[in-house]
Write a new protein. Structure first.
Length: 302
C-alpha cells in the first residue's frame, strides 16, 4: 500500500477536528474515571475506551476511509498507553510522582517502550503519518528519561536527538515514504529549538543567537522544502525581536549624579516592523527560488 499524504480541505479539516474532539473526550473521561473508581475498575474502564476506539478505527479502515481510520488509530495508541498505565498503577509498577526526567524507573521506561511499539505497529497498519509524531516524541522521551534527570544534560541529549531526527527525516524525504518525514521534521525542529532556547533564553547574547538560529531554520526550510522549519524559525526571531524591542525601549539617563529612566514607546513597533519586513524579504526570496526550480510550462501554439 502506498503512503498517502493528507490533503487540506473542508472535509479533512472536519475529520481532524472531529477525531481530536473524540480523543479529548476520551482523555477527559479517563481522567474522571481514574479519580472516581479504584485501580482495578479504572483498568476495566480504560480497556473499554480502548476497545471502542479500536473498533471504530477498524470499521473505518474496512470501509476504505483512510483518513478517519488513521485519526482513530492515532487515538487508539493514546488509549493503549492509558490502559497499560492503568494496569501498571494497579500492579504498583509506576512511581507515585510522574515528574518528567525524575530519575531512572523501570516501570515508567517499560510503559514508554510498550507505547512506542504499539505506535510503530499502528503506523505500519494504518499508514497514517500523524502516528509517527507519537513514535518521534516518545522515542525522544524514552532516551532522555533513560540517560538524564533534568537540567543542562537533558537539554544536551534533547539537542542530539533532534539532530538525529533531522538526519533521519532527510533520508525519509528522499524516498517514497516522504509523507512520514513531515512529523519527524516538526519534532526535530521543536527539540533542537527548545534545547537552544533553554540554553540561551536570558541575556542579549543568547537572544541574538536565537535570532541567528531562526535564520538558519529558514535556510533549512528552503533546503528541505519543509515549511515547519520556517514557522519555528519565525517564532524564535519574533521572540528575539520582542526581547530587544523591550530592552531598547528603556533608556537610562544620568542627571546630576543620579539617573532617570525614560520609556521610548516608539522603539518596539520599529523593531517589530523591521523583523516583519525581513520576513517579507525572506519569503520573496524563497518564492523566487521555488519558481526558478519549477519546470518551465510550455504553452500550446495556435
Amino acid at each position: 500500500m502506498d503512503v498517502v499524504k493528507p490533503r487540506w480541505s473542508s472535509a479533512s479539516y472536519l475529520l481532524y477536528v472531529g477525531g481530536f474532539t473524540v480523543l479529548l473526550a476520551a482523555v477527559y473521561s479517563l481522567g474522571y474515571l481514574s479519580s472516581s473508581y479504584g485501580d482495578f475498575a479504572y483498568v476495566a474502564w480504560s480497556a473499554l475506551v480502548l476497545v471502542v476506539l479500536k473498533l471504530i478505527a477498524l470499521s473505518f479502515r474496512r470501509a476504505g476511509r483512510w483518513l478517519a481510520a488513521g485519526l482513530f488509530g492515532f487515538a487508539t495508541v493514546i488509549a493503549y498507553a492509558a490502559f497499560i498505565g492503568a494496569v501498571f498503577v494497579w500492579f504498583g509498577w509506576l512511581p507515585h510522582s510522574l515528574s518528567p526526567f525524575a530519575g531512572f524507573h523501570v516501570g515508567l521506561l517499560l510503559l514508554e517502550l510498550l507505547t512506542i511499539v504499539a505506535a510503530l505497529l499502528s503506523l505500519a497498519f494504518y499508514r497514517f503519518p500523524l502516528i509517527s509524531a507519537i513514535v518521534a516524541f516518545l522515542g525522544w522521551y524514552f532516551v532522555t528519561d533513560l540517560i538524564s534527570n533534568g537540567g543542562n544534560w537533558t537539554a544536551t541529549v534533547t539537542l542530539l536527538v533532534g539532530l538525529f531526527y533531522l538526519a533521519v527525516a532527510a533520508g525519509v524525504d528522499r524516498g517514497a515514504r516522504r509523507p512520514f518525514g513531515f512529523w519527524l521534521h516538526v519534532v526535530s525542529g521543536l527539540l533542537i529549538g527548545g534545547s537552544l532556547v533553554y540554553f540561551w533564553h536570558s541575556g542579549d547574547t543568547g537572544w541574538a543567537l536565537v535570532f541567528v538560529v531562526g535564520l538558519v531554520y529558514i535556510g533549512v526550510a528552503s533546503v528541505t522544502d519543509r515549511s515547519s522549519w520556517a514557522v519555528l524559525g519565525s517564532f524564535g526571531m519574533f521572540g528575539a525581536a520582542v526581547h530587544f524591542g523591550e530592552k531598547w525601549a528603556r533608556a537610562t539617563i544620568s542627571l546630576f549624579g543620579g539617573s532617570a529612566t525614560s520609556q521610548r514607546e516608539w522603539v518596539p513597533p520599529i523593531v517589530l516592523a523591521a523583523v516583519g519586513f525581513l520576513f517579507v524579504l525572506l519569503g520573496l526570496r524563497l518564492e523566487g527560488r521555488r519558481r526558478a526550480d519549477a519546470p518551465a510550462v510550455t504553452l500550446p501554439s495556435e
